[in-house]
Write a protein that binds this ligand. Structure first.
Ligand SMILES: CC(C)(COP(=O)(O)OP(=O)(O)OC[C@H]1O[C@@H](n2cnc3c(N)ncnc32)[C@H](O)[C@@H]1OP(=O)(O)O)[C@@H](O)C(=O)NCCC(=O)NCCS
Length: 138
């Protein structure tokens, strides 16, 4: 089921048909966390994730992706708003739409990584890990 919300001329949508893969790859491949990610990797990651596009008209101006089993766990990643659209509350709205998603309702555990946007996610109940000794990564 496609989920959509409008705010002025902006749209958040989970419709895969709207995704501009080239635009998403162009942004992500230069971002601090996904630098160098190939277009094939981006395409595959989108295919197996719940994707939230932020649009102005047909233009992809932001994005967020959730890796999930829809029941127990979800990982929020690849969140961005293009610089020329930042500072208008769109990033916050985008994350809000992700957290309000009907498809993801009831997911028990959410996680994410961020370099400096902690305060954005804090508004949605995210907090620093208090038991790092129980977490492992590779
Ligand atoms: C982070 C980002 C998505 C926020 O989008 P935005 O549209 O500029 O944000 P908003 O206008 O909705 O404001 C976000 C809120 O979070 C706060 N915030 C905290 N850390 C922030 C950060 N690193 N960047 C932007 N806002 C941040 C803002 O102060 C603001 O608070 P407010 O609502 O109380 O005013 C956007 O700045 C961006 O794409 N940054 C570059 C990519 C990035 O770092 N992505 C996050 C990876 S985890």
């Amino acid at each position: 089921m496609i989920e959509e919300a409008k705010r002025g001329r902006y749209l958040v949508s989970t419709d895969r048909a709207r995704l501009d893969v080239a635009a998403i790859w162009t942004y992500l491949s230069k971002s601090y966390w996904a630098e160098g990610r190939s277009r094939a990797q981006v395409e595959k990651s989108l295919r197996y994730s719940v994707c939230f596009g932020l649009y102005l008209g047909r233009a992809q101006v932001g994005f967020a992706r959730v890796v999930t089993d829809y029941a127990t766990t979800a990982y929020l990643c690849d969140v961005y708003v293009l610089p020329e659209h930042q500072g208008k509350g769109l990033g916050r709205w985008l994350v809000e739409r992700v957290m309000a998603s009907k498809a993801l309702k009831g997911v028990k555990s959410w996680s994410l990584r961020t370099r400096d946007a902690h305060d954005l996610y804090r508004k949605f109940g995210f907090a620093e890990i208090t038991d790092p000794e129980r977490w492992m990564k590779r």
